[in-house]
Design a binder for this molecule. Structure first.
Ligand code: F6P
Length: 523
């Protein structure tokens, strides 16, 4: 860990608040900072990020960069890539970048390569033999959200050779829907669980196994694969050793799509596409590792987030992909960001103050007809990450142009707003103008970042996801929280298991009156 703990965050925040003053007008910043487009737009490979519509002056940005340096960010970054125990509460290294060939020891790289080779051989075999027509991927959280997002996105560049389906929720409808209409003989079930203890995944795996065994008897085993960091757990679940694909405790669940957790993606789309995805992330890893803080994309993204959260006081952050194929981006980022940095206590056990905002969003333009009213006129609104893809994959250029026009218009509208005097001009002599004009006024000055990908290639997608991963790391360093544990999910799991046992046994345990009454509703 950094040798010297940095504790004086409060004085940095006070300085930043002073720089923010009463209000920073984004439109004024464009006028007073002629180099704004040079200083606030960054590109790395196929990804361009325009931070110029953030309500941050060049001076404030410089102060934020100094703050990041004072938090020992460079030291933390070096420790991360060296494979040090960055996840202190669980005593683990954090090396998802090693899955992309960046960082980690020689031994780690050797293990990764061996597993990747095994995955590619297996995927090619399944694709080549043609025995399987469908893959049912069972997993939840990090064992589901990444593969689901990526499966949609890969469809922009490759054909799905098999029908890829997902089952995550313990709600029986989830596994029923996934299996519906499939033939057990031609279905490969891939059970993905880092811990192999997750209730939802185990129940869905049991259900899928009975579905296979009912039809195939003993032969069902050949249709059942496990991906896990807990080989013993999978063996105890009667999955033969040769059907288990491993990953390692240094891969966090929400950072695991790059590991054997992506096996179903490799089977459905082929190892080459998956390899491009890894390469795209590796390029962003190297950018993050090697660039100075002021030229560093993930750092810039993290710092604008810190400004919005800790200085301007926004409690949420919207992410709106104007690209159907990555419409699950917000759901993926909810876990990545909120499970990583949704913490109230620092690494050294103190109150952390304001940390991760609520992450939310949906695809554009759909959101425009739903929650954009709130973004433009609600209180207090939220900063937005707009994500757009420049090349059309739908073969409908006129649709694509309209999609992009909407995306660019929304960030402009959020910034410009519409002043009351203009509304009054339009209302002319209307008798109720005093009541109506403020309602039709847009306050504007609402911050956003626009990220564009040249195209939705697997390489560019790797860039995008790795960008957010490293942003989360940087924010975790600044907030001084451990971004790689998730103790907050435990309590509910424990109580659910007690409640389940009691409901199954028709027993009355000790609960509050409300919970007892709810349990009583279940017959
Ligand atoms: O409940 C949260 C969580 O532990 C996530 O961190 C994880 O991604 C998910 O459950 C699934 O865990 P596993 O891959 O071990 O089944």
């Amino acid at each position: 860990m950094p040798t010297e703990q940095f504790t004086d965050r409060a004085s940095y925040y006070a300085k930043l608040e002073e720089l923010a003053g009463k209000s920073v007008s984004i439109q004024d910043l464009f006028k007073t900072e002629p180099k704004r487009m040079d200083n606030f737009v960054m590109r790395e490979g196929p990804l361009r990020a325009d931070f110029s519509k953030q309500a941050i002056s060049e001076n404030a940005l410089k102060a934020l960069q100094d703050f990041a340096a004072a938090c020992h960010l460079e030291e933390w970054r070096a420790k991360l890539f060296a494979g040090d125990t960055v996840n202190t509460s669980e005593g683990r290294a954090v090396l998802h970048m090693a899955l992309r060939g960046v960082g980690g020891s020689k031994e780690v790289q050797k293990d990764v390569k061996a597993m990747q080779k095994r995955m590619a051989i297996f995927a090619d075999k399944v694709r080549g033999e043609g025995k399987f027509k469908a893959v049912v991927h069972i997993g939840i959280g990090g064992s589901d959200l990444g593969p689901r997002l990526v499966a949609d996105a890969f469809q922009a560049s490759g054909e799905m050779a098999l029908d890829l389906r997902f089952a995550e929720n313990v709600d029986g409808a989830s596994i029923n829907d996934a299996l519906n209409g499939l033939d057990p003989k031609t279905t490969l079930v891939v059970v993905v669980s880092k811990s192999f203890t997750t209730q939802e995944t185990r129940m869905n795996a049991e259900a899928a196994r009975s579905w296979l065994t009912d039809k195939l008897g003993k032969k069902a085993g050949a249709n059942f694969i496990a991906v896990t960091a807990n080989r013993d757990g999978a063996l105890d679940f009667d999955i033969p050793s040769e059907q288990i694909f491993d990953f390692w405790d240094w891969v966090g669940g929400r950072y695991s799509v790059w590991s054997a957790v992506g096996l179903s993606l490799q089977i459905a789309f082929g190892p080459k596409i998956f390899d491009q995805f890894l390469k795209g992330a590796a390029k962003m890893d190297m950018h993050f590792r090697d660039q100075p803080l002021q030229d560093n994309l993930p750092v810039m993204m993290a710092l604008t987030g810190i400004w919005n959260r800790n200085v301007l006081g926004y409690s949420s952050q919207a992410v709106i992909p104007y690209a159907r194929r990555i419409r699950k981006l917000a759901a993926f980022l909810q876990q990545l960001e909120m499970e990583s940095n949704g913490k109230r206590i620092t690494r050294d056990g103190k109150e952390a103050g304001l940390t991760c905002p609520i992450i939310w969003g949906d695809e554009g333009t759909n959101g425009q007809h739903a929650f954009f009213q709130w973004l433009h006129q609600g209180t207090p609104g939220a900063p937005v990450d707009f994500v757009a893809v420049l090349k059309d994959h739908s073969a409908r250029p006129e649709h694509h142009m309209a999609l992009l026009a909407n995306c660019f218009a929304q960030s402009e509208a959020l910034m410009l707003g519409k002043p009351e005097y203009k509304v009054r001009e339009e209302l002319e002599e209307r008798a109720d103008a005093d009541a109506i004009a403020p309602q039709k006024t847009f306050p504007g000055n609402r911050p956003s970042t626009t990220i564009t990908l040249d195209e939705l290639s697997p390489f560019a997608l790797g860039h995008l996801i790795a960008l957010y991963e490293h942003k989360v790391f940087v924010q975790g360093v600044i907030w001084n929280v451990n971004s790689f544990d998730q103790w907050g999910v435990q309590l509910g799991k424990v109580l659910a298991s007690t409640i389940l046992e009691e409901m199954e046994a028709d027993e009355k345990g000790e609960h509050d009156a409300s919970t007892t009454a709810l349990m009583g509703l279940v017959k």
